[in-house]
Design a protein around this ligand. Structure first.
Ligand SMILES: Cc1cc2nc3c(=O)[nH]c(=O)nc-3n(C[C@H](O)[C@H](O)[C@H](O)COP(=O)(O)OP(=O)(O)OC[C@H]3O[C@@H](n4cnc5c(N)ncnc54)[C@H](O)[C@@H]3O)c2cc1C
Length: 302
């Protein structure tokens, strides 16, 4: 029996990065357990139109289904098992790494690969927005053109904007996007789309109208001009916050740089940085983390 490790590789999160890590581990004949809080595929489930991933995928759910089939195949071959649960804490030791789930279950492995991605930000989390605490707005990516009434304001220029426009290419709705400086590099891809009006802002105050049937937006534009809008429709497109586990080393922005972690804990996919949040880079990082640990002799096949 292989004590003290319960398994060789423990992967947290079954999005593109986590599944790639599991597939690589299986190809090296390593025993793998993958812990997932929700469903296999992660963010792929919300991508309505997919263009930049090799293969015949036109939507994210199609690719998510393919990843689920891959994991089923590995489970049937006794190479991998999937545990449903939410991870809370990781700890690295000289000979192993340990994971504790929110329900108190504990697991250990030679290597833990953390692929938990990012979670949606609320308006009150953004430093350029003043909004009531705990206010949540409908996310742009989940909204269909038929749901939109009147002038539509979008808070933030995060990448789902481009995905939404590609998904709803026949929609003629104009989106008024309130864009802070930090999102300027993300909106370049939609600059030529006539359905987008970019408003470059430094601050926005959002409040519900006293009548309860609309929103008031007090906007400070970057040149200093102040404007007020009243509208029925405000959507959130603010981006995400890293879904870091306790025990990981985080930077000021909350992301977890791979180079800062314990040698038996690898961070992969979107959780690494805000800069490279793409499916194929997530997959590459998941596979690379396992392979690099294998050749660095952190992982020893039984
Ligand atoms: C609307 C939208 C559109 C996008 N469009 C594109 C596109 O067209 N092309 C592109 O390349 N990229 C796109 N992206 C980005 C892409 O989806 C991500 O880069 C990719 O999914 C990252 O993979 P990941 O495995 O790192 O994380 P995720 O896909 O986020 O997977 C993380 C997984 O970890 C699980 N998890 C989280 N916390 C825990 C925990 N504590 N315990 C256990 N499990 C946990 C989650 O349930 C999830 O399944 C889009 C993203 C969004 C939101």
């Amino acid at each position: 029996m292989k004590t003290p490790h319960e398994t060789d590789v423990l992967v947290v999160g079954a999005g593109p990065a986590g599944v790639a890590a599991a597939v690589m581990a299986a190809s090296l004949n390593l025993r793998t357990v993958i812990v997932e809080a929700d469903s296999v595929g992660g963010k792929l489930h919300v991508i309505g139109a997919l263009e930049n991933v090799p293969g015949n995928w036109s939507t994210g759910p199609q690719l998510a289904e393919a990843l689920a089939v891959d994991l089923d195949r590995l489970q049937q071959a006794d190479r991998c098992s999937v545990i449903q649960g939410r991870a809370a804490r990781v700890t690295g030791y000289g000979d192993r790494a340990e994971l504790v789930l929110e329900d108190g279950r504990a697991l250990s492995a030679q290597l833990i690969v953390v692929a938990t991605g990012v979670a949606a930000l609320a308006p009150s989390d953004a430093d350029w927005i003043s909004a009531p605490a705990r206010l949540s707005l409908p996310p742009l990516w989940r909204t269909k053109p038929a749901d939109l009434a009147g002038r539509t304001y979008v808070l933030g220029g995060d990448r789902p904007l481009g995905t939404w426009l590609r998904t709803h290419r026949h929609s003629s709705t104009t989106l008024h996007v309130l864009c802070p400086p930090a999102d300027d590099y993300k909106i370049a891809e939609v600059a030529g789309d006539e359905r987008v009006r970019i408003v470059s802002v430094s601050h926005v105050t959002l409040s519900l109208m006293p009548s309860g049937d609309g929103w008031s937006l007090q906007v400070r534009e970057r040149q200093g001009e102040r404007k007020s809008y009243v509208t029925a429709t405000v959507l959130s497109n603010l981006g995400n916050t890293p879904a870091a586990l306790d025990g990981l080393v985080s930077s000021k922005d909350g992301y977890c740089p791979p180079s800062e972690q314990h040698p038996r804990i690898r961070v992969v996919g979107d959780l690494r940085s805000a800069q490279f949040q793409r499916i194929t880079t997530a997959q590459g990082s998941g596979a690379e983390a396992v392979l690099a640990s294998y050749y660095a002799s952190v992982l020893k096949p039984g």
